[in-house]
Write a new protein. Structure first.
Length: 53
């Protein structure tokens, strides 16, 4: 956990993605500016991170 990941975590709306682990995974991808390999529709529909799959 870094400050950048914590800041990104706060930018993901809890109402849109309630599972804290999914929010952590998304926040990590956001903070590292990396695409995320996932089929999780809730994450892909947010559009906060580039997704592959």
């Amino acid at each position: 956990m870094t400050l950048e990941v914590a800041a990104a975590f706060q930018r993901i709306p809890r109402g849109a993605l309630g599972d804290p682990w999914d929010r952590f995974i998304g926040a990590t991808a956001m903070a590292l500016d990396l695409p995320l390999v996932t089929r999780d529709r809730m994450i892909t529909e947010l559009g906060l991170v580039q997704t592959i799959w």
